[in-house]
Design a binder for this molecule. Sequence first.
Ligand code: HAS
Ligand code: CU
Length: 554
Amino acid sequence: MSAPLVHDPSGFRLPDSQRRALQWSMFIAIVAMFAGVAHGFAQALSYAGINVLQSFPGLRSYYQGLTVHGVTNALVLTFAFSNGFLPMLTARALSRPLNTFLVRATFGAMAAGVALAGYAMLANKASVLYTFYAPLQAHWTFYLGLVLVVVSTWLAALNMFLTLGAWRKEHKSERIPLLAYISVISYAMWFLASLPVAVSILGFLLPWSLGLLERVDPLLNRTLFWFTAHAIVYAWLLPAYVSWYALIPKQVGGKLVSDALTRGAFIMFLLLSIPTGFHHQYTDPGISTTMKAFHALLTFGVFYPSLATAFSVTACLEMGGRARGGRGLLGWITRLPWGDPSVSAQLLAMLTFVLGGITGLINASYTMNQVVHNTAWIPGHFHMTVGSAVYLTIIGVTYWAVPYLTGKKLWAPKLAVAQSWIYAIGLLIFARGLISGGLQGMPRRTFIAEATYEAAGWKLAGALTGIGGTIMTVGMLIFFLIMAMTWLTGKQDGAPVDIPVSESLTTPATTGWERKMDNIRLWVIIAVALILVAYGPFFLTYSVNLVSPGFKLY
Ligand code: HAS
Ligand code: CU
């Protein structure tokens, strides 16, 4: 790590009880990551024709492993991390403590949720994949566990809203500090987005799994799922963007480029992340083509704030690189602090995310989607988004946040730099395999190692997937080693004592239209209106068909 970071200038220090609870939240995230990585390795090898499932004690099917992989990585790791990260940043930005009861309750709900869903998955009572599409039916503990995971995010959001509300009472005429603003907007968006899946689970799937409801409507639940689950990908991404916008500039010696642009990008995510879910359902019957086209259009809309982010973040990196002596058109890139593991992991996150963004645009294109839908291309896409931008940013943040929360120095920082490179290189090989296999019709969610059919071209694609996945696994094992050693043997000195909060080139305007950006309630109302336009026609004209009993196939 670079030199220890300075104290919060206001003298604020997060209370120890809250630090401890946030530390446990990070701990759950890393344990989830471990379970996810182990099963990811088996999935990758399956594409290469190698079956290692029997080496996992207690694992009964490919789909059991794939469910564990998806749920732990996508639903537990991401939210366990954000539940700690975003409130911690809000507290720091506002220089005031959080509500200790809510910090603990957030952790408690997450831990109970993970225990319940974990039991269901490990007992092979919930091999329904992370999308849990009906009519595949899981044990009630799986659904209840997921509800508790969502409740934990609501508690974290409530904690941030209350902390911000209390701050605003005392600072009526001031602009909300940027870091608090973007952290709160991220979870405000997620709170809105999470309501449809809550309706799906509490209204249908949970009573159905308990036998209180005999049949469910698969299309209705699928639609409620994607209503939430397109936006969920931005709930995973936005904490990474918070780090790229507001923390990384400080870490590379640059400044955040524009306060207003940053707030504007987050407002666009609040407005456009949710009314786009039909782009996962282009091939579903029962949804009008007009509405699918409308969601396609808005998907191109939500692409825009990510483009703006790409330019803005690159500009701040360039500023940092030049301040460190970088010359010429690209000389600043090599001058960035690549030797700081927190920075290198996040720079690699950004670089790999460029490919994730491009593949996303292809998915979103209505007709091209027909070529890639349900093929290995899709996991190719999402490993270059959630598996890179989000994963590597979580890793990068962890490299300063675990020392910050525990007071212990990061173990083997040079190895940590190598770790992120190994993972990123593995990821690119792995995703290249999936993407090319997908273009040749290789299906996703299929146990290729035991498939009785194959097509020319799948061999190379599968081999690359297996090789890349193995390299990623090695990278992650090094990460777990570094974390375990930091926690267990880390020395109590040299750890950063403050969060790396960046300065902005432009200070927030105190007069004029920009002040309206801080009216979060107004933006939430506009977001709800857009959601009604995008989803209203479907729900108003849809007649519910409770037709399907539950199936337990694996
Ligand atoms: Fe996606 C499917 C469209 C982004 C995750 N996506 C998925 C699935 C997942 C997922 C998990 O329209 C599969 C779901 C399933 O199981 O079925 N996605 C998009 C689009 C974007 C996008 C248009 N996806 C994400 C993100 C995810 C994610 C982010 C997780 C975090 N996706 C789709 C569609 C489908 C889909 C369809 C359905 C496909 C189907 O048929 O099933 C965009 O929003 C992406 C915008 C991104 C960019 C890149 C910006 C780059 C930045 C980095 C800049 C830094 C630099 C570094 C340049 C525009 C910000 C400089 C550094 C130096 C060192 C110089
Ligand atoms: Cu999506």
